[in-house]
Design a protein around this ligand. Sequence first.
Ligand code: HEC
Ligand code: HEC
Length: 218
Amino acid sequence: MTRLAITFTTLALAAAAAAAPVRAQDMEKGKEISAVCAGCHGDNGQGGKKGVYPRLAGQPATYLATQLRAFRARQRINIPMYPYTQDRELPDEDIRDVSAYLASIRLETAMPEFKGDEDALTRLQMVDKVMIVPRVEGDIAHGGEVYADQCAFCHGKTARGGGRFPMLAGQYTNYLQKQINSYLKGERPHDDDESRGVLAELKDTDIRDILAYLTSIQ
Ligand code: HEC
Ligand code: HEC
């Protein structure tokens, strides 16, 4: 191509891009959509009812979007959420926006310092923004070893997840246990063939220790 032709092509591409911009995630729209989710998952995506409603804040956007599509397609069964994920309610574009928004929320990792003049509601709201779940009993050292051996490869060294792998640290323990139970019963697929066996090969005490370890590294 001649230099002029290249310039011309560049200009034409730029014009086309301006006419039909590639749609970036719309965070404002994502925030609006998340108001519907807040009734169960909390105003900051922090989850609720001690883990009946999982934490969504800070989960990788790809992972969130995959789960929303799985709920919509009924590949992952979630009766409470079914009406909210029907096509009319949650088209793909909304799934992208709300996932990007929820992924961007950073919950505090330290307990808030009260000044002393807050009312009870304000205090509750401050504590709600903190990403710390209660410690659970178990052999943390052993849990850490099993985690490093069997889980870190996908869920990350610090259990923050990434891409299609969910964050496990900071997630409610009873919610994680419930998911592990449904993997073991074959109700929810745990990744591909490689990892299917991972959980089945562990003893109940290994799983308890992993969960204890996860609450120790938040
Ligand atoms: C009526 C309550 C309710 C509402 C409203 C609701 N959810 Fe949920 N959601 C749940 C429950 C319960 C679960 C856990 C299901 C389980 O135990 O497997 C869940 C799970 C999820 C998960 C899976 C999390 C994970 O770690 O795998 C995602 C993602 C999610 N919800 C996103 C949303 C979004 C986005 C909205 C708003 C559009 C929403 N939810 C609205 C009840 C609700
Ligand atoms: C080969 C990769 C891989 C390994 C190894 C792996 N996982 Fe996973 N895990 C995944 C993927 C992918 C998902 C999401 C599955 C989906 O899309 O529903 C997941 C999901 C989970 C969830 C559900 C989280 C949520 O928010 O719902 C739990 C709990 C979990 N894994 C625990 C573990 C534990 C404990 C280990 C180690 C014993 C482990 N995983 C090892 C890939 C892996």
